[in-house]
Design a protein around this ligand. Sequence first.
Ligand code: 6MZ
Length: 351
Amino acid sequence: MDDIVGHVHVALASLTPSQLTFLQNLPKAELHAHLNGCIPIHVLQELASERAVSSDTSISNEIVQKGIERLKAGVVLKEIHDFFGLFPAIYALTSNPSALARATHAVLAQFLDGVPSQAAYLELRSTPRETPDMSRLRYIQTVLDEVERYPPERAALIVSVDRRMSEEVARDCVECAVRLRKEGRRVVGVDLCGDPLAGEMSTFEQCFRLAKEAGLGVTLHIAETRENTIDDTLKLLSFSPDRLGHATFLGAAEQDFVRNTNTCVEICLTSNLLCKTVETLGDHHIRYYLKYDHPVCICTDDTLPFRNSLLGEYALLMAAPSFGLGLSEAEITRIAQMGMDSRFKLPSPPK
Ligand code: 6MZ
């Protein structure tokens, strides 16, 4: 279906009031949400209008405005590679500590505020960026300051490494994450994300070893596109990840490996449909994992371009097969519990 945004609304609208109440009250963990992909559009517009009167000219106001107009109109992607072109305009608006803090605050509120809230627990992830106004360490501290306004049982941070990074930059990100965790700050894991075809995965081997040694959880975007090679996938699996993002195009042997190691798969239904890596919900690889009662977690990925919500993703599980997967309340309760059980470990308090 082309208009999957409409599809999510149709799925939500197709539920009975009691089904909706059931989903709203179900404790749900959001474990795969990218900060800069989840900023509410009105916050982005505010940041853009303030930027228009500032002296920051690294990227023109015209390009930023065009980016926002595209996001407002509803992003239609021909294929997943179009997706990454959305971020320069967003990044131009979160490139100093105060704007980043405002964006983070709004993303946390979107998932965690309200009764009942979208998510009982959020592991927010973000890629530290060095800008003229902040170091990568300051970037992470700024995000953490906002995350830690919520109690530990509600929110934590995953530090992302981008596949386009050099070994040196990736190492800096992971070393910052480790250092902050040792100080008792609420960093629970590291992630590998970004353009699925970029980079050479052996670049990141040491980084993820370092992260594991420090007790951080490791989650990796893997086999997100049909073009991802088997070498790429095997290298990533050799890092012993605790969770996998998407895992859309794993071969049978790799799926067996994932099942044998009980590695949780983070499932982003709308994201996969809009990026056209999965054609219909009927074809989605979630069905394979559900058949084996294998741990999965239902996630939104990027609520800004995909215009979805955690409740909407759960509605897709519940809605009748023409709109969704038609799962029962018992099955959905089990899935939500698997998500809660797949959270990374919080740091021990500093001695
Ligand atoms: C791979 C993705 C992604 O980190 O700047 N990102 N990487 N696959 C996806 N699925 C479609 N969605 C988002 O958030 C934005 C960054 O997250 C990654 C991209 O690298 C994007 O630049 P942060 O907060």
